[in-house]
Design a protein around this ligand. Structure first.
Ligand code: LLP
Length: 421
């Protein structure tokens, strides 16, 4: 459930009519609902009740300071994969001891900054990284708390570009090598082993791969404890999927996911960490865009919008589906007609949807792309020298711009012309 609903025929974010935001900030823009962010966070809290746990919001899904602060105020930690994300988490008010650092390519500079600024743990993904971290920690006179990310060789049954838990993927170390790597870690003076990490992929719509992976983590916990390691924390990654197509998908609920965790790992007495991104932010955000032209082609009608693939890249990058809603609720009995919904960018890939049934539209109409709160704004670019679109946060009947649209002047000033030109 989210808080984007029609009221008196107009699509609202909580108590604010989206058309009002459009009139105030211009289109296109992203808008997030505070109540939905909070609700989704609390669903995970409920799902893990009774187990010692920390919910680390994956900043890669949405890294606006206001979004992070909304969650941090509820007690959320952060899962970060770059120094930029680390600094944003801190700037939004997440204390270092609630930040976990993931990612296959952490640099020594990033390690140093996190060790100095405070960090809960590094999720180490390779032996060379382990050695680098040891060196950095020793140079600072510190011990770096770590988990090792194990790759359980489980098929997450999701889009190939976002599956991470198969042995051919670049992530983690093969679970078969775990004992050797933990032994190596235990011998390093700059390293403190605290637990195990696993993340098998994103947009999972089936619990079975989680159950399989977590079962393997449970076995590994026993084995590593028997080897003398102090495994007291299990980071289970993110990945729970959301219903992008409301009409025909119903992924598992957080409460069901929590039951899998309890069932597979509850007996171990470990602190549980999870790193959800999409489920918290995805359906808490939409992108609003205006129809520039309706173009009748020979075979099909095109809805040409002022938003493009650079603003929301998921459809062209992954073939992802986003529900599209008109801001004005269609009158009962209105017959939908199929449109190819496209942006103004000069390539055919700039297509949001083909033959999508929508009520008849005219230039100037406003539409909303649902489920755009995760991996939307964060993946945007300025391709075609189009300014990054603003982000807005709604809370009840209030709204605020939480990232401004840059001016063309600002964009142009970022380049510089060398003296020889
Ligand atoms: N933890 C780790 C280590 C991850 O790699 C990811 C996502 C997450 C947590 C959060 O997963 P989530 O709960 O959001 O599924 N750009 C793609 C998604 C890439 C996900 C990458 N890793 C998309 O738009 O679908």
């Amino acid at each position: 459930m989210d808080h984007f609903l029609y009221r008196e025929g107009r699509l609202h974010a909580e108590d604010v009519a989206l058309a009002e935001i459009a009139a105030s900030v211009g289109t296109p823009f992203y808008v997030y609902s505070t109540a939905t962010l909070q609700r989704h966070y609390r669903l995970f809290e409920e799902a893990l009740t009774g187990m010692d746990h920390l919910i680390c919001f994956a900043l890669k899904a949405s890294s606006n300071l206001a979004v992070i602060r909304t969650l941090a105020n509820l007690g959320a930690g952060a899962d970060v994969v770059s120094l930029g994300e680390y600094l944003k988490a801190k700037a939004a008010g997440v204390p270092g001891d609630r930040i976990v650092f993931s990612g296959v390519g952490k640099t020594k500079d990033e390690m140093r900054a996190a060790l100095e600024g405070g960090i809960r743990q590094f999720n180490v993904e390779s032996e060379p990284e382990l050695l680098a971290l040891n060196e950095v920690a020793l140079s600072l006179g510190k011990r770096a708390p770590i988990t090792v990310r194990v790759n359980p060789d489980v098929d997450a049954k999701t889009h190939e570009k976002i599956a991470t838990g198969k042995k051919e993927n670049k992530f983690g170390i093969p679970i078969s090598r775990a004992r050797a790597v933990y032994a190596e870690a235990a011998a390093l003076k700059g390293i403190e082993v605290v637990g195990i990490d696993v993340h098998i992929g994103s947009q999972l719509t089936d619990l079975a791969p989680f159950a399989e992976a977590y079962g393997k983590v449970a076995e590994l916990t026993e084995v590593l404890r028997a080897d003398g390691h102090n495994i007291h924390r299990l980071d289970l990654g993110g990945g729970l999927g959301i219903p992008y197509e409301r009409s025909n998908t119903a992924p598992p609920l957080p409460i069901e996911y929590g039951a899998v965790i309890r069932d597979k790992l509850g007996h171990l007495g470990c602190e549980i960490e999870i790193e959800p991104g999409r489920l918290i932010a995805g359906n808490a955000g939409i992108m609003v865009s205006r129809v520039i032209y309706v173009k009748s082609g020979e075979e099909r009608d095109f809805l040409i919008l002022d938003a493009a693939m650079n603003d929301l890249v998921r459809p062209s990058m992954y073939g992802a589906h986003h529900d599209i809603l008109p801001l004005d609720e269609p009158q009962p009995g209105t017959l939908p007609q199929p449109y190819d919904v496209v942006g103004p960018v000069c390539e055919t890939g700039d297509t949001f949807a083909r033959q999508r049934p929508l009520p008849p539209m005219v230039a100037g109409d406003l539409v909303a792309f649902r489920s755009a709160g995760a991996y939307g704004a964060v993946m945007a670019s300025e391709y075609n020298t189009r300014p990054l679109i603003p982000e807005v946060l709604v809370k009840g009947d209030q709204f605020a711009v939480i990232r401004e649209r840059p001016t063309y002047d600002e964009m142009i000033k970022r380049d510089s012309i060398p003296s020889w030109l």
